[in-house]
Design a protein around this ligand. Structure first.
Ligand code: BGC
Length: 766
């Protein structure tokens, strides 16, 4: 990957390499939150992943497979025969190859010169997914003949449904054909969820071409023939749209009406050029860039680029249009994790949206409210009460969708069982924590009253039904779980799980009491649902007996009951390797289970999120103990370590984590992103900058701003929304200046134990 100090809005790949298609496909993925596509080359290659997904359109291939986001019929592809030679970059001579994504406007450009025998052509492809017309995609090709001889060109392009999710076919081969003589339309439908899709494509040429339609199984193409004269060029445009029968912006969901609307949309923009459509889309992106821009004055220009990279992708993948869907662990940029939503949203991405785009955050938390039924279903099927959130979520109403079988075990050769869907239960308190943070940051009372209280009480109800009573100690433990460190399965009393469950229950008890005395109307309503007196009794009877792992004599909070007694392995080899699964080339999960090896921040994440529970010395000791035992095999790990170490004054080490974290997708390792971009790590990039170095934090419902810049940074500027007010922060090593509109409102915040009140502008020396 190539990054250029002179253009901090661009990521570029110079030179084509068929072995590494996945990297640029994913990290240059296009999207507008409604749909997204990997940036595959127009012409086909072995090993490519030509994925396009529409958010929320889950389907299961058959009853033995969990629901996943289906990979749509491809609309970007184009094949060329030039003087009857197949055009491919694996043939002939390729020079000046550049593929680049413009983060500012979401346009992908790919250009190169291709020579074969007496052919010499310059290709310049440009394409984007419109940010303001959510159904639209546009692709533009300028093809120049650089020789003094004419060439004959045959181009085959259309909609290709000969595509699957790694073999699982999610669509019936629906009706297809030409509408009004020039619009190719295909109407596939998902096999199980019966979502009807309408995909429409048209082509435009600026020279005369002959054309012939060709229909095939799951495909419809147009074949165009033309001659490109010596030293001449041709411009070809392909415009397309995607609609589905679950779209919430449609006046009618009748298939014929959707088809008509799709054609009308393309007709309506007939007169607009590629550039005009791009400019419109760019304006929509501009609104995002204008909201709380981050400026980093760093020795390393990639720091600034990284935050733009992160924000671009967060907005390319967040379904800002519809609360029935959420962000997948790979966004819309790959088949990894099947488009499912994890705790990645609440703990890693939601903070960005809470503080900068509360309207989008609201959609994300509402998704969890809609997920209550699914959470009830899951609790009930496990013999519990209340709301037990699914480890992996798709359609919010469906509940748990974690697949049961995973990769092969290196020792036994058998598929490994994925236990997370059964016993990785901290997701329930993560959701509650996320909801609480959303309310604290936004002050959204309507959501609080109508939705949040219910979630916070229902999740506590789950926890008390889930606790294991231990007679000998007269306490409640939480046995047989997986904590954030997924390398420890079937552990008892994972500290993160126990402490966060305890917090969830304590919070619900306080909430119920507060509502009873201060908001009786709301209390009565909730009482009808929950029988609050009885529930309070149950919660209160158990809460103080929930076992909270205590520090050892050395000050270490045990990750679980047995972790500290396990064997220690020197992890250097694995910590320095490029891929994330190198440990499993030598050991299987059962063996890893028996060693003090941690996949990702676990106890340390607890110490970051619930910082008031532990003092600095304790955090330091635990940091020094656990970090060397952590492989950081999950992309969720590094950002937590970067922020916590910054809090602990280990700025050099923190910046080292920061650099590794921004390289998860942007780095040189070419296989990092094949399954899709790491969505949580993008939220982590924002958190490292704004929480870690900018010092912003919401701790126990109180805003705190306590910056510490790494030595490589001279200054940092960022902004955030707090209870509907926009606040701007300017930082150097020796002072911070906060400003907001002088509107009569005051905002209080803490800094180093002291309370400050911001009316308009305030400078604090550091
Ligand atoms: C991590 C989980 C994460 C999931 C999806 C796993 O590798 O261990 O914490 O939720 O990936 O990103």
């Amino acid at each position: 990957m190539y990054y250029n100090e002179k253009n901090l809005w661009q990521i570029e790949q110079k030179g084509f390499d068929e072995r590494f298609l996945g990297k640029s496909e994913a990290i240059m993925a296009l999207g507008n939150g409604y749909f997204g596509s990997r940036s595959s080359e127009e012409e086909a290659y072995i090993g490519e992943k030509r994925d396009t997904f529409v958010a929320g359109t889950f389907n299961s291939f058959d009853e033995n497979e969990v629901t996943e986001l289906p990979n749509l019929l491809d609309m970007w592809g184009m094949e060329f025969l030039i003087n009857d030679q197949r055009f491919s970059l694996t043939q002939g001579l390729v020079s000046n190859y550049s593929k680049r994504l413009n983060l500012k406007n979401g346009e992908l450009c790919r250009e190169f010169i291709w020579e074969l025998k007496d052919i010499k052509l310059k290709f310049k492809f440009q394409k984007f997914i419109s940010k303001n017309r959510q159904h639209l995609l546009v692709s533009h090709l300028e093809l120049a003949n650089l020789t003094d001889r004419a060439v004959s060109i045959k181009m085959r392009s259309g909609i290709n449904g000969q595509i699957s999710n790694e073999g699982s076919q999610h669509f019936t081969d629906g009706e297809k054909g030409l509408t009004e003589g020039k619009f190719i339309q295909m109407m596939p439908m998902t096999t199980g969820s019966k979502i009807q899709f309408v995909q429409t494509v048209e082509h435009k040429f600026d020279i005369e071409v002959s054309e012939r339609p060709e229909t095939g199984r799951r495909a419809f193409f147009m074949n165009y023939n033309f001659e490109l004269a010596a030293d001449c060029s041709v411009t070809i445009e392909k415009r397309g749209s995607i609609y589905t029968s679950i779209d919430n912006d449609l006046a009618s969901h009748d298939l014929n009406e959707i088809r008509k609307q799709a054609v009308h949309e393309l007709q309506n923009i007939e007169k607009l050029t590629y550039q005009e459509l791009l400019t419109e889309s760019q304006l929509a992106w501009q609104k995002i860039w204008e909201k709380h821009p981050i400026k980093i004055d760093s020795e390393n220009f990639r720091d600034q680029l990284a935050i733009r990279f992160a924000k671009y992708h967060l907005h390319a993948m967040a379904p800002a249009h519809d609360e029935r869907m959420n962000i997948g662990a790979k966004g819309l940029s790959g088949e990894g994790y099947k488009g499912h939503t994890f705790w990645d949203t609440e703990v890693f991405m939601l903070p960005y949206f809470n503080f900068t785009h509360p309207d989008i955050a609201k959609k994300l938390v509402t998704y969890r409210y809609l997920g209550l039924d699914g959470a009830h279903k899951k609790a009930k099927s496990n013999g519990y009460e209340g709301a037990q959130y699914p480890w992996e979520a798709a359609n919010p109403f469906d509940g748990e969708v974690t697949p049961v079988w995973g990769a092969a075990d290196i020792v036994t050769g058998q598929s490994t069982k994925i236990w997370s869907g059964f016993i990785e239960q901290h997701i329930t308190s993560d959701v509650a924590f996320g909801i609480k943070q959303y309310i604290d940051v936004t002050g959204d009372e309507a959501f609080e009253v109508e939705k949040a209280y219910e979630i916070l009480i229902d999740t506590a109800k789950f926890w008390v039904s889930r606790l294991d009573y231990i007679q000998e100690t007269d306490s409640y433990e939480i046995r047989d779980v997986i904590g954030p460190d997924e390398y420890k399965e079937h552990g008892n009393n994972n500290a993160y799980t126990n402490y966060t469950a305890h917090w969830n229950v304590v919070f619900a008890i306080d909430l119920i009491q507060k509502l009873k005395s201060q908001k009786p109307d709301i209390y009565d309503k909730l009482d009808q649902k929950f029988n609050l007196n009885l529930l309070t009794e149950i919660l209160s009877a158990k809460v103080d007996k929930i076992f909270l792992p205590k520090a050892t004599a050395d000050g270490i909070i045990p990750q679980d009951d047995t972790y500290l007694s396990k064997k220690i392995l020197d992890l250097q080899k694995y910590r320095n390797s490029d891929g994330v699964d190198s440990l499993f080339h030598d050991y299987n999960l059962e063996q890893v289970n028996q060693m003090q090896i941690t996949k990702q921040a676990d106890v340390l994440l607890l110490m970051l999120l619930f910082e008031g529970l532990f003092d600095k010395e304790q955090k330091l000791k635990n940091f020094n103990y656990y970090e060397p035992k952590t492989t950081h095999d999950s992309s969720l790990s590094l950002s937590t370590h970067a922020i916590l170490s910054a809090d602990l004054g280990k700025l050099e080490q923190s910046y080292d984590f920061f650099n590794k974290a921004i390289n998860i997708d942007m780095g040189e390792y070419m296989k990092s992103s094949d399954a899709g971009i790491h969505a949580a790590s993008l939220g982590g990039i924002w958190q490292m900058i704004v929480f870690g170095y900018g010092g912003l934090r919401m701790v126990e419902s109180q805003l705190r701003i306590e910056p510490h810049l790494p030595k490589e940074w001279k200054a940092l500027e960022y902004g955030f929304d707090y209870h509907g007010k926009a606040i701007h922060v300017e930082l150097t090593k020796d002072k911070m200046t906060l400003s907001k509109e002088n509107d009569g409102h005051e905002i209080s915040f803490m800094n180093k134990g002291q309370k400050y009140v911001l009316k308009n502008q305030l400078t604090i020396k550091m």
